[in-house]
Design a protein around this ligand. Structure first.
Ligand SMILES: Nc1nc2c(ncn2[C@@H]2O[C@H](COP(=O)(O)OP(=O)(O)OP(=O)(O)O)[C@@H](O)[C@H]2O)c(=O)[nH]1
Ligand SMILES: *[C@@H]1O[C@H](CO)[C@@H](O)[C@H](O)[C@H]1NC(C)=O
Ligand SMILES: *[C@@H]1O[C@H](CO)[C@@H](O)[C@H](O)[C@H]1NC(C)=O
Ligand SMILES: *[C@@H]1O[C@H](CO)[C@@H](O)[C@H](O)[C@H]1NC(C)=O
Ligand SMILES: *[C@@H]1O[C@H](CO)[C@@H](O)[C@H](O)[C@H]1NC(C)=O
Ligand SMILES: *[C@@H]1O[C@H](CO)[C@@H](O)[C@H](O)[C@H]1NC(C)=O
Ligand SMILES: *[C@@H]1O[C@H](CO)[C@@H](O)[C@H](O)[C@H]1NC(C)=O
Ligand SMILES: [Mg+2]
Length: 522
């Protein structure tokens, strides 16, 4: 952990920086040859370099998206280890995006003969949900688009397109301003007009798939006909439909692995047991835009980087009238989880433990031992934790500092809160140790980015038990699919033995949601 501090302490030794820069240039020259996408050079270079020499160099930073290359250097688990087949497929997918980006969407949607008939499209519909749900849905739509060779496009009027970088070089994933959007549906559902009137899967089946577009309704509640999306037999006919629209709030990647056709594609992209799919996909496709990254980077370097260890705590309650209320039981559970599992040192039982010793120690070296980043809608959790540690100090006399970026007080759907939420997800992901809330998609994003198994805080609902087991270690860094669907497929029994064995090994229930489905990866 010391080396990442050194990495960011660029002023400390100009000589070292110069030496490593020249080494870096040679490596870049060696590596660039076979990697033609500028953004990904940095990833390759890191893999080629021993971690001790990793340096942020201006040469490797894409000015239009600084976070893309830099974010990995801030993580405890620095190397963005991406499966070579996935990287290859991502490069091909970027090419497809460039070749197929249409100049006239009316022509695409009317299936005009002017449009290259080998190009197919996926419109990601940004629903009215928390940011965690929207990102999970986006990554699911992206992975499905990759394995079905569909160009993924997103709504340029909403938030996701504003807070994330463009993932493809030389091609935009934003639907253009002159896209035939139409009027908002009701007050908040900004479905493009064309999507609003599009047939759903059931109607498409009735029409034998001879339709220009199908709207896939893949939220947590689905009609029987919507669920048929997860049946093997409908994948082939769907592949002939020019445009699909994806509206969802779930991480369906786990469910994809149950569909034989998708499973065969996916196991080549993610071979072996390295199933940190969220981490790999997000490191390719989702990077905070510069406006958000500047906040993240400034916060990290001001408050978190100088400590020996970093802890991320995300406090999100569910199933209660006010999700942002302060509950002393929640506070007790968080405190207890952090100290009993050694994420934080124990509090001292008296308010002034050997003050003289402490004073001497501070005069010699005054480095903060642990910095804790707390994310919650309710700021009082952060304040209470900070005050406890200020008042009592720790039994070991280690220093713990607490930090929080926002305390919004309620959940709003606007660009400002989405920006803060994204920044906080990323700041959490830089921690060496994480404690996140059960059932929270917000927490799933931070652990997925961090590629780590967090401690799961048992603070869901109102019947809380601050004695006993207040948290447990997550079985996986992958998000839980809260509501995997149980479709009634005619092909249900037609699963190969190999596939069945794979499912038994790599898919399990979730620890924080009965009936959930999760990829087990670590
Ligand atoms: N800035 C900030 N916003 C938060 C925080 N917790 C919740 N929010 C807001 O509330 C929304 C939470 O929704 P999600 O991101 O879907 O996460 P979740 O509610 O934990 O997960 P689900 O219950 O599965 O929906 C975010 O998009 C934010 O707008 C927080 O700690 N910080
Ligand atoms: C797009 O195509 C439609 C149908 O062919 C046509 O009416 C329209 O003028 C075109 N728009 C532009 C900007 O070329
Ligand atoms: C149509 O798109 C495909 C990519 O899917 C490309 O290979 C082909 O060259 C394109 N054809 C034309 C006429 O542009
Ligand atoms: C449905 O479409 C397929 C090809 O997409 C065709 O082979 C089949 O005959 C069609 N069936 C009906 C009833 O139209
Ligand atoms: C912290 O206190 C608990 C008892 O409350 C004890 O079991 C544990 O060992 C202590 N941890 C350390 C690091 O001293
Ligand atoms: C903090 O110190 C006070 C004495 O000032 C003590 O009563 C209290 O139990 C201590 N808290 C903990 C958690 O040990
Ligand atoms: C069963 O699966 C095999 C290979 O996966 C496929 O060729 C066959 O068409 C499937 N049969 C049915 C009834 O879906
Ligand atoms: Mg939510």
């Amino acid at each position: 952990m010391k080396d990442i501090n050194r990495v960011l302490d660029l002023g400390s030794s100009k000589l070292t920086v110069l030496l490593s820069l020249s080494g870096f240039m040679i490596l870049v020259l060696l590596v660039i040859e076979d990697v033609d996408i500028l953004h990904w050079r940095a990833l390759w270079v890191w893999k080629a370099m021993p971690s001790e020499q990793t340096r942020i160099s201006a040469g490797s930073i894409d000015p239009s998206c600084v976070s893309r290359s830099s974010q990995h250097l801030y993580r405890a688990n620095k190397v963005a280890d991406i499966s070579p087949t996935l990287l290859e497929s991502w490069k091909r997918y970027g090419e497809l995006h460039r070749k197929c980006a249409p100049s006239n969407w009316t022509e695409v949607l009317e299936e005009s003969s002017h449009v290259n008939s080998s190009c197919k499209f996926m419109i990601y519909v940004e629903t009215h949900e928390g940011l965690g749900n929207r990102i999970l849905s986006l990554l699911s739509a992206l992975l499905y688009s990759m394995i079905t060779d569909r160009v993924l496009m997103i709504d340029s009027r909403k938030e996701v397109g504003k807070i994330l970088c463009e993932p493809f070089q030389g091609s935009s994933w934003l639907l253009p301003a002159d896209f035939p959007y139409g009027e908002p549906w009701f007050s908040s559902l900004w479905f493009p007009e064309i999507v609003k009137h599009a047939p759903d899967l059931g109607q498409a089946i009735d029409k034998n798939f001879s339709v220009p577009i199908v709207h896939l309704h893949l939220a947590h509640v689905q009609r029987e006909t919507d669920k048929l999306f997860f049946c093997n037999e409908f994948q082939e006919p769907l592949s002939h439909v020019r445009t699909l629209a994806w509206s969802s709030n779930q991480y369906f990647v786990s469910s994809f692995f149950k569909v034989p056709w998708m499973w065969r594609k996916l196991v080549t992209l993610f071979p072996g047991s390295r199933l940190d799919i969220f981490a790999q996909l997000s490191s390719l496709a989702i990077a905070p835009a510069n406006s958000i990254w500047s906040l993240v980077s400034r916060f990290y370097n001001s408050y978190l980087s100088c400590s020996k260890s970093r802890v991320g705590v995300q406090i999100r309650t569910h199933s209660r009238p006010d999700l942002a209320s302060f509950d002393p039981l929640v506070n007790q559970i968080v405190s207890r989880c952090l100290t009993s599992h050694h994420l934080l040192p124990n509090l001292s039982s008296s308010s002034s433990p050997s003050l003289i010793e402490f004073e001497k120690q501070q005069q010699q070296q005054h480095q903060v031992d642990v910095s804790v980043f707390v994310a919650s809608l309710q700021g009082k959790y952060y304040e209470t934790l900070r005050d406890e540690f200020l008042q009592n100090g720790t039994a070991s006399e280690e220093l713990v500092s607490f930090h929080s970026l926002s305390s919004e007080g309620a959940e709003w759907h606007n660009l400002h809160q989405a920006s803060l939420a994204l920044a906080e997800m990323w700041l959490l992901s830089f921690a060496h140790h994480l404690a996140t809330s059960e059932f929270s998609t917000f927490g799933y994003i931070s652990r997925g980015l961090a590629r780590t198994r967090p401690w799961m805080l048992k603070i869901r609902g109102t019947e809380l038990h601050p004695e006993g087991d207040v948290c447990y270690l997550s079985q996986s860094s992958e998000p839980c699919t809260h509501f995997p669907q149980q479709p009634d497929c005619s092909s249900a029994r037609n699963i190969s033995t190999e596939h069945r064995e794979w499912i038994k090994r790599h898919l399990g229930g979730c620890q924080d949601q009965r009936g959930g489905l999760q990829l087990l990866n670590l």
